[in-house]
Design a protein around this ligand. Structure first.
Ligand SMILES: O=C(O)C(=O)C[C@]1(C(=O)O)C=C[C@@H](O)C=C1
Length: 398
């Protein structure tokens, strides 16, 4: 059964975590980040920038002295016990690791990976690409997957962030900021959509198709040519399941060949996406960050706000250009708690501007001094800055 956000909240009584947008001064899991860096990447980052973080009373940021030679955190989580054994070993913070995505946890059990949708969804395929022997856990909404990780119901979540045809999945950008998970990897998946129908049905008989809105958008031209009515579903596999259980011969689904197998449907047409190379990029999220290395190509994802003024975004981007750091993605999202900025323009009255959050991915590891200097420089004009994660790039083909 898919996890629901509510049911997960139901389990959360003993745990407290607060969410909010940066300028609201909210607490994120015990650390208050006053205006500047919200930094949660690897210890190397703390080593460079821990001065910029303002701890709240009940938890101190990790400093280099808390780490042993392997980079594992040594002190107890609440910093009140310096010795003695913890009663429940499962509650102890896990040591940071330089993770090669591995399908088993440190205790030998299968890694549990949350994804949005039901079995046969592309997100499940992405989770299995990252962790081939994992136990995949379906969730009804993206937010349920975030919460499943936060509440230790699963180890990781794999969520779509952008598609080569449909663009960004904005909801997940917003959720990245609202939750305190770390990006520990990315997966690129080739998405080949099929037109599915009940056994014995010809594609010309279809009057309507169900699918996820992203999938419908990716097949826009094909579906228009066929003159089929499009109906939104929570995920592609869910659409296939609906068609199978409805038994309606004039109803089809846009989903994967695997979904067809699972739900007993026929593939009426293959590769129906408008663009042959239809690729979705997924992020792997975890409770702990990984230690950034320089042993292979790494990517770092950040989010920041800028003060108003001429050329601010130009200056922000220049900190990377000056150090020859390649940017792979830039996305802006409205700051929901502070959507408008009122500027008093002396003679002309006041003007209103929208306020934005900028999300950037760049090709450098946080262990690379260039990245550290670039972020130090960006901090000079960023109102708020948080490292969302530093992780190995998915360079393997698809
Ligand atoms: O509906 C699914 O199967 C999903 O995994 C969701 C999703 C998405 O959100 O973009 C994932 C990959 C494809 O781009 C289409 C849909």
């Amino acid at each position: 059964m898919a996890l629901k956000a509510n049911s997960i909240w139901g389990c959360s009584k003993a745990l407290h975590f607060h969410v909010g947008v940066p300028d609201s001064g909210s607490r994120f899991c015990g650390l208050r980040f006053v205006n500047k860096w919200e930094c949660c990447c690897a210890p190397v980052v703390f080593a460079q920038f821990h001065r910029a973080i303002t701890p709240v009373e009940d938890e101190k940021p990790i400093t280099p002295s808390d780490l042993d030679s392997s980079g594992a955190i040594q002190r107890s989580q609440n910093n009140t016990e310096s010795s003695g054994f913890h009663k429940d070993l499962n509650l102890l913070p896990k040591p940071l690791s330089v993770t090669e995505p591995s399908s088993s946890s440190s205790d030998g059990s299968k890694v549990r990976v949350a994804y949005q949708g039901i079995p046969g969804a592309y997100s499940e395929a992405a989770a299995l690409k990252a962790y081939p022997k994992s136990e995949t856990v379906p969730c009804e909404q993206f937010e349920a997957a975030f919460k499943a990780v936060e509440l230790w119901l699963v180890d990781k979540a794999v969520l779509p962030i952008e598609n080569s045809v449909g663009g960004s999945i904005h909801r997940n950008y917003d959720l990245l900021l609202r939750h305190r998970l770390h990006i520990v990897g990315e997966v690129q998946l080739v998405v080949n959509h099929c037109l599915l129908g009940l056994p014995g049905v010809q594609k010309e008989e279809l009057k309507r198709v169900f699918s996820h809105p992203q999938a419908l958008a990716q097949c826009e031209m094909t579906l228009s040519k066929l003159g089929i009515i499009r109906v939104s579903a929570d995920d592609t596999a869910g659409a296939a399941q609906m068609v199978a259980s409805s038994g309606e011969r004039d109803t089809g689904a846009v989903a994967s060949a695997r979904a067809a197998k699972i739900y007993g449907l026929n593939v009426l047409a293959e590769k129906i996406q408008d663009d042959d190379d239809n690729i979705t990029r997924f992020l792997i999220l975890a409770r702990e960050p990984i230690i950034a290395g320089t042993d292979r190509p790494y990517k770092t994802s950040i989010v920041f706000t800028l003060e108003e003024g001429p050329g601010m975004l130009f200056k922000a981007l220049a900190v990377f250009a000056l150090r020859n750091i390649n940017l792979t993605k830039i996305e802006s999202r409205p700051q929901r708690k502070r959507p408008l900025r009122v500027v008093d323009d002396s003679n002309k009255g006041s003007a209103k501007y929208f306020d934005y959050l900028f999300y950037i991915d760049f090709e450098a590891s946080m262990a690379d001094p260039r990245a550290q200097f670039a972020l130090g420089h960006l901090q000079e004009f960023a109102g708020f800055l948080r490292v969302l994660g530093c992780y190995p790039m998915d360079t393997g083909l698809l």
